[in-house]
Design a protein around this ligand. Structure first.
Ligand SMILES: Cc1cc2nc3c(=O)[nH]c(=O)nc-3n(C[C@H](O)[C@H](O)[C@H](O)COP(=O)(O)O)c2cc1C
Length: 169
């Protein structure tokens, strides 16, 4: 699959099989996180891998949709903002969340290539996430995704036309 096919194939999967994710495929997904670029190569992130079996109730407090716990695994990208690059010279903008998004996108695309489904989740309860993942101070949950084999299929992609999104100046 070339890159164009891969990005066309990826979609938000909202129905999963309970089938386990083979360790080799999980390894590929996590390796994609490891090689992701981060600002100044600070790598200010942690990926939490949660097995959903038996933890459905507490995970539902993190994100309430039933499909969240259908997949055998849930991944969470957390940042360690104190380790992140900050644009100190100008406005002190912290790039930790940008790094987290790149890490998640790498994992999501690696998963799609491996035939696995994912769905970006930002609408989770951060306090519940801290509790379930037992996050220490200084580690911030940024994004979740289930990871498992899909039982649904892609819908047509609704996107703005390029003319609305691109300014050539
Ligand atoms: C940063 C981010 C956060 C998102 N959060 C959620 C979420 O909390 N729940 C959800 O069901 N989908 C979430 N999505 C999925 C988007 O709704 C989805 O990517 C978008 O509608 C495009 O559809 P597609 O992923 O199938 O191409 C999120 C996507 C992104 C990029």
């Amino acid at each position: 699959m070339d890159f164009g096919e891969l990005i066309a194939k990826r979609y938000s999967v909202r129905a999963y099989k309970a089938d386990p994710v083979p360790e080799e495929l999980l390894g590929r997904v996590l390796e994609a996180a490891r090689v992701a670029p981060t600002a100044a190569n600070r790598q200010p992130f942690l990926v939490y891998v949660v097995r959903t079996a038996g933890r459905e109730e507490e995970l539902r407090k993190v994100y309430h949709r039933p499909w969240f716990t259908q997949a055998p695994l849930v991944l969470c990208v957390c940042t360690v903002p104190a380790q992140a690059w900050v644009r100190i010279k100008f406005d002190s903008k912290c790039y930790a969340d940008v790094d987290a998004a790149i890490v998640m996108d790498h994992m999501i695309l690696a998963a799609a290539e491996a035939g696995l489904g994912t769905c970006w989740i930002a609408d989770f309860n951060p306090a519940a996430a801290r509790e379930v993942l037992e996050l220490p101070e200084g580690v911030e949950p940024v994004l979740f995704t289930p990871l498992g084999f899909p039982t649904d299929g892609p819908k047509p992609k609704e996107r703005k036309p390029l003319a609305e999104l691109v300014r050539r100046i």
